[in-house]
Design a protein around this ligand. Sequence first.
Ligand code: PNW
Length: 455
Amino acid sequence: MSLPEGFLWGAATAAYQIEGAANEDRRAPSIWDAFSRTPGKTLNGDTGDVATDHYHRWREDVAAMAELGISAYRFSISWPRVMPGGALNRKGVDFYSRLVDALLENGIAPVATLYHWDLPQELEEAGGWPERATAHRFAEYAARMARALGDRVHTWTTLNEPWCSAFLGYASGVHAPGRADPVAGLTAAHHLNLAHGLASRELRAAADPSARHSITLNPHHLRGEPEAVRRVDAVANRIFLDPLTGRGYPPDLLEDTAALTDWGFVQDGDEKTIAAPLDVLGVNYYAPTLVHTWDGVSPRAGADGHKRGAATPFVGCEDVEFAEQPGPHTAMGWPVDAAGLEEMLLGLRRDHPALPLMVTENGAAYADAVGPDGRIRDGDRIAYLRDHLAAMRRAVETGVDVRGYFAWSLLDNFEWAYGYDRRFGLIHVDYATGERRWKDSAHWYKEAISRGGPA
Ligand code: PNW
């Protein structure tokens, strides 16, 4: 077997998607509470008020992780739960402290993400991510968490997928807080980068020196016509990767967006702050993206809603077409393409040879059905995981430094704008009762972990 010593086998979740207990123990509302309670924003009007009720069932969930045999668990901390009104909430912190202790007792390394999209609503009302002060509030929150949990957390991740926060949240508006303004999207992206840099500094200063520090991106693995690829790569990938790795913002990105903004929101010294040392880069992969340059005449193609008339999250790429891809798709409508994961890892290695990587999310939504015998035969999910694990292993065999793999997700959960309709879990959740049931894929993943690979 070719995976390195100490390779982390994990599963991932996020606070708002699983916890519920939205009004308990002084938790304040986040932008996702406000957004999901606004009619028309999520499928069926679903909210995270109860979700999988993990806030009450966490012991049972940790027991399932131990039974699965994972060596790491990637979860996120709810900022409005631990710092409602900007002050530390002991009860909120205690929840994560108990969780971390239980993980460690079971030999599971805690991989904690500080921000998986649940900005305190009060900070959105003060301007949200397009407001520079939000980055400083985030650094204060990071410092508090480092002091509270830093003696026990194995890996810290500042942000999950800042592309989604900035551009789905502020440019296309399909995610909270639902604003549709391209300049707000770009400004938010910069302030998220800055927040990462400022928080990283606080985490390094206060957390255990053996902890690793990271950020998780969702690099878009692009295929298609080179000019379209270049444009999308600039505003979706290099806008984060380049400043994070000390290269500053790419000149072609500044040019592509010059008609919108002069980037005056970037202040002297910001790029240096953003380039804080990274021990590992987390990458989430679900599917590749196929792009062409629009000929200006044909009816616009579009692989999904936000590309048909609605505001695009790809700011400055209005003449790019996102093409349908042939072959099988998951219940998200995303193509199944394991080779894309291998190519993405190789591409990152080519562009950033010294940067260790970790696959912090990979998985698939399917319309799972509980059979009369109570079994959930999700062979399609097993095939997806098997093929993607094999693709990751090929990349490792070619020399890519991959430190871990986290299946998305441990449990079925609140899938953002799609509510409870799309199920990504290894473990099925009956939302009427909260009951958990292992899908065939959970049994398969347990076997894969114990043998150290997909087959
Ligand atoms: C990621 N897109 O979200 C998130 O990190 C998870 O919380 C989420 O449940 C998972 O992937 C599955 O969706 C994404 O539109 C949501 O490009 C949307 C996009 C990408 C990632």
